[in-house]
Design a protein around this ligand. Structure first.
Ligand code: ZN
Length: 182
């Protein structure tokens, strides 16, 4: 059994100003994967927007442009490392990773385009805190942590995060097994 990992601070939907979902999504079947995404798109736009406003914009795109019932990601990690609640955790949407495995996955979106920018420690450490907590809560090992590209054909979550996934897994493994976190 793994060491318990406390839940990091997560801004609620109300705190970032989420809209209500348009219909109830499907319940998740279980949790086998923790899937990391990025936004892609224009980094300057993201840098000039607050983390909460970025969450609202992603939800707007998913609902108004894509016609989905809510933001497809279960969590967002803002440019400064603020963790925010997205689609409520017991629900899943096929759209998030384009695969039926989505019904066994929790999706986490790191704000930024990591084909073009580095993965700063403030954001990376927040992601590690969240992943360690989710592994502990669902009894998963660090091998459950994957990138979107492992699930379906995609460049997501960008080169800088792809390159970081082995060290993220190592950090989570160390925490689950009880040594000092970093
Ligand atoms: Zn993705």
């Amino acid at each position: 059994m793994y060491n318990f990992q406390s839940k990091p601070t997560v801004l609620s939907r109300a705190e970032w100003g989420a809209r209500s979902r348009s219909k109830t999504p499907r319940q998740r079947d279980g949790v086998r994967y923790l899937v990391v995404h990025h936004c892609a798109g224009n980094n300057n736009t993201i840098e000039n927007t607050s983390e909460q406003a970025r969450m609202r914009e992603i939800q707007r795109i998913h609902m108004d442009d894509n016609g989905w019932s809510d933001i497809a990601y279960n969590f967002g990690v803002g440019k400064g490392g603020t963790i925010m609640e997205g689609l409520e955790i017991d629900y899943a949407m096929k759209a998030a990773g384009g695969s039926n495995n989505n019904y066994y996955a929790i999706h986490i979106n790191c704000h930024g385009n990591f084909e073009e920018k580095l993965f700063d420690w403030s954001q990376k450490s927040a992601l590690i805190d969240l992943l360690a907590y989710l592994c502990s809560r669902y009894g998963l090992s660090e091998s459950a942590i994957i990138g979107h590209y492992n699930m379906s054909s995609s460049a997501c979550p960008g080169q800088a995060i792809k390159d970081a996934i082995p060290s993220i897994r190592t950090n989570v493994k160390v925490r689950l097994n009880g040594a000092s976190p970093y």
